[in-house]
Design a protein around this ligand. Structure first.
Ligand code: SF4
Length: 193
């Protein structure tokens, strides 16, 4: 497995906020979001190789969160089977731009609609779809995406980009109006990763 970093902390985003998780950040991403805060994970030639057994040994929490970069650039079938065999719950955070290969207990799809859209087959695998919001136009883009893909059975979360005051208020208003969930990068409030 090509790894960027592995660390254990508290999930700060989305519906699973508050759950202790070991984050397995995989190396490589081809989405190129301008505001990405993990640009060091983009280059597939960087990072380090770790065997599946060694990766599993580093999972200290009951939950493993496989993230990136874009984790689905790698085939995750053997890794997720090994983690499962070790009794852990597995969550995935993906932009949805690559086929999802692996067995997951929870999938958070985080589409980057202005950069690279998710592939359709991934949308129906999502338990939660989490959108980043910076401006009013983003809300319309999200609503169009939900309508175009007839999304009606998974949780919709929205998260203000960089926790800016204006974007946060926009998210609060639209969560109330649309019955969406508010995701707040709560780890940043308490200075943890
Ligand atoms: S998909 Fe994620 S890792 Fe990739 S560029 Fe966008 S924010 Fe960064």
């Amino acid at each position: 497995v090509k790894i960027n970093e592995i660390f254990t902390s508290i999930q700060g985003e989305g519906v699973n906020t508050g759950i202790p998780m070991t984050f397995i950040r995989l190396q490589g991403c081809d989405v190129s979001c301008s505001w990405c805060d993990t640009k060091e994970s983009w280059d597939s030639n960087l990072g380090y190789d770790l065997s599946i057994q060694e990766t599993v040994k580093l999972i200290k929490a009951d939950y493993a969160c496989i993230t990136g970069g874009e984790p689905c650039l790698q085939d995750l079938i053997k890794l997720t089977q090994a983690i499962k065999a070790n009794g852990k719950t597995i969550t995935l955070e993906t932009s949805g731009t690559q086929p999802i290969k692996g067995c997951f207990d929870w999938v958070t799809l985080s589409p980057k609609l202005n950069f690279k859209k998710p592939i359709k087959d991934n949308i129906r695998l999502a338990d939660e779809i989490k959108f980043l919001v910076g401006k009013k136009q983003d809300i319309q883009t999200i609503k169009t995406f939900i309508d175009d893909n007839a999304i009606n059975s998974c949780i919709i979360s929205i998260q203000p980009i960089s926790l800016s005051e204006a974007a946060t208020q926009l998210c609060i208003d639209n969560c109330i109006q649309n019955n969406w969930h508010l995701s707040l990068q709560s780890h940043k409030f308490i200075n943890i990763r």
